[in-house]
Design a protein around this ligand. Structure first.
Ligand code: SF4
Length: 265
């Protein structure tokens, strides 16, 4: 079972009348014609353009992990979430099968999110240090989170075709956030690579060749946002010590410090 649009899932902006993208061309059309973040959010959340990912996310939602067998699963694309006038945009890879794909909110209900929300809270960018469900009272302060690919992929690995199919959702979201966006934090190399084509499509003069990903590596886009790389707070990185709390805190301290700057243009 997946959450039916308009059936009362907390925060669900879609209804039975929300148009559904059935292929990549329809993603382009529905993303580019969404007039507001709410409209974009609703449309993203019912997308069915990638058959492999639709099957995977819905199968996961039907089978469930044993620890969550009594909980409903979202089982739909996980849209961007947070402050509609965000100065900091955090970009991840894709929702986790039993995290965002379960709770319906990005980075909510998984170990990566535990690290991420704790760090955002320490930086004064999230109201609570944890994020466990769509009704937990969490609020992002000047931050919006989104994923480069909106559906949970098997083994956390979307195909290049799926990445490209989903790109218009992020492109339009960044376009709608553009008036306030000062900083983009890319969590991991996949997100880092996805950000540059989107900024180029928005007309920013992005460097060629593209800047190399690294932790705390940053590039100031002319008349645009400061793009900061961060190791992804995946269990692989946090368990091994590749990413520590101090390292993640340094990213958000840098982001928060820059975000207070006035618009570059
Ligand atoms: S990954 Fe993106 S384009 Fe593909 S079905 Fe999910 S929301 Fe749609």
């Amino acid at each position: 079972m997946v959450a039916r649009p308009g059936a009362g899932w907390p925060g669900d902006l879609a209804t039975a009348r929300t148009p559904v993208a059935a292929d990549p061309a329809e993603v382009v059309h529905l993303a580019s014609t969404a007039k507001t973040l709410d409209e974009l959010t609703a449309r993203q959340s019912v997308c069915r353009a990638c058959p492999r990912l639709v099957t995977w996310r819905e199968d996961v939602a039907a089978e469930k992990r044993a620890a969550f067998r009594d909980e409903p699963y979202w089982g739909r694309p996980v849209p961007g979430w947070g402050d509609p006038e965000a100065r900091i945009v955090v970009v991840g890879l894709a929702p986790a099968a039993h995290g965002g794909n379960r709770t319906g909110r990005i980075f909510t209900g998984d170990r990566s999110g535990d690290w991420l929300f704790a760090a955002l809270h320490r930086a004064g960018l999230a109201r609570l240090p944890i994020s466990v469900s769509a009704t937990d009272g969490q609020e992002l302060l000047g931050v919006r989170m989104l994923a480069a690919v909106r559906c949970a992929p098997p083994a956390n690995k979307p195909t290049p075709a799926e990445r490209d199919a989903c790109a218009p959702w992020m492109l339009r979201e960044l376009e709608l956030l553009r008036p306030t966006m000062r900083v983009v934090v890319a969590l991991g190399a996949f997100a880092w690579a996805a950000v540059w084509p989107a900024l180029a499509r928005l007309g920013y003069d992005v460097p060629t060749p593209r800047p190399t990903f690294g932790h705390l590596r940053e590039t100031a886009v002319a008349a645009g946002p400061l793009v900061i790389g961060s190791y992804h707070p995946s269990q692989q990185n946090t368990f091994t010590g590749k990413l520590t709390e101090e390292m993640l805190d340094a990213v958000f301290a840098r982001a928060a410090g820059h975000a207070v700057w006035p618009s570059p243009g």
